[in-house]
Design a protein around this ligand. Sequence first.
Ligand code: SIN
Length: 475
Amino acid sequence: MTLKHEAAYINGRWQSTNNTIAVDNPATQEVIGRVPNLDESHIQQATDHAHTAWQHWRELPTTERGDYLMAWYHAIMAHQDELAALMTEEQGKPLAEAKGEIAYGASFVKWFAEEARRANGNTIPAMSRTQQITVIKQPVGVCAAITPWNFPNSMITRKAAAALAAGCTIIVKPASATPFSALALAQLAEDVGIPKGVFNVVTGKASMIAKVVTTDARVRKISFTGSTDVGRQLMQSAATNIQRISLELGGNAPFIVFDDADIDKAVAGAVAAKFRNNGQTCVCVNRFYVHRSVLSSFESKLVAAVKALQVGNGIESGVQLGPLINNEAVQTYQQHIDDALEHGGNLLYGNQAADGNFVQPTVITNVSPKARVCREETFAPLAAIVPFDSETEVLDYANESEYGLAGYFYSESVRRCWRVAMALEVGMVGINEGLISNATAPFGGIKASGLGREGAHDGLEEYLETKYLCFNFAD
Ligand code: SIN
């Protein structure tokens, strides 16, 4: 049984077309396969089938849906090595990191396998003596997920597993750069007997697919991870049929190192939070704010840690940073470096010419808060440091962003930890911690970083409707 399919997966069937899209390996820039460029009629068929399948899937006991998901989880973990190899080939991240993502992605399937049975409602004392109020939860219906290339497995599982647990069916549109990881998940869903039409993977032009699913009133929810601009357009389109929408959009995470921080821990957290997935993570640090009194110690330790990072093709052992996804990403990285230097920044390490999609991790200090790297998502391995003098000043810097996904800070003072955690305008805060992603925690942002939460019990609620039943037991 192969896990690499060059066909879409609709209603339990592998769908091919003559018109195809090429998929590249970002490390070698060679074509590694092709997937169908589906047309509108295929997406409509996928919706028809997902709607039909929903009639049965929604009726299953939650424990039975949980059993399917648990079997899917075990199948994913049993194929961790093959799935990781496929991911490295299409996305570029190092094999060890890809294996980590498979385990992270599978952890959502396991979490929602268990959480399915906790789609609890409640009862509320009524204001009338002859009434009883009961609240039940029901699946929202057919869902569509549009997912990104940076986490080709886990951004699917954390949407799809929640949807399936709640009793919804789903049509997944993976990024055109990384469709094979999604199609491999479909193969494993089929292997464990998830009924046809429940989990579908469609490939093709994102704008066309988004148009079809947002204009079909049978699709009751859209979940998207990607850029704020596209999220905004999807939200407008979803308004036509008043579809529910979850959006996990751009970030611009601040990372603050206070004068009372443990600098070694802060540097370890900084490397994890900045260089995970080569900086191509929505919750990656974009801007470091370091108190002037600990600046030189932080800078020298960070540069030493960054110099030790090995860049290369992700299939080679020891590599920690793979290529960027494409040339456009390389250009953004270079533009942000040039702009930071033009804004008075001092280069501490990096900024060598790119070799294909490979770039050097770079550290620049004394960056002006006005530089692009402080205002826009870089999505690349550039660490830009802005010195600060007071807590008030740094909170102003941190919060003067249209984004509000994640924020991090290091301090050994309990009082400051509470104060700053409460004041940061973000959905997630790492306090003396650089890795915050976890299936058990509600992942999501505020402001232009999006709406809704994924993971945790909140992630299940996103796929459930609340229905209130008013019983009258008067004689
Ligand atoms: C993202 O980059 O969108 C998500 C990363 C994560 O789950 O940590």
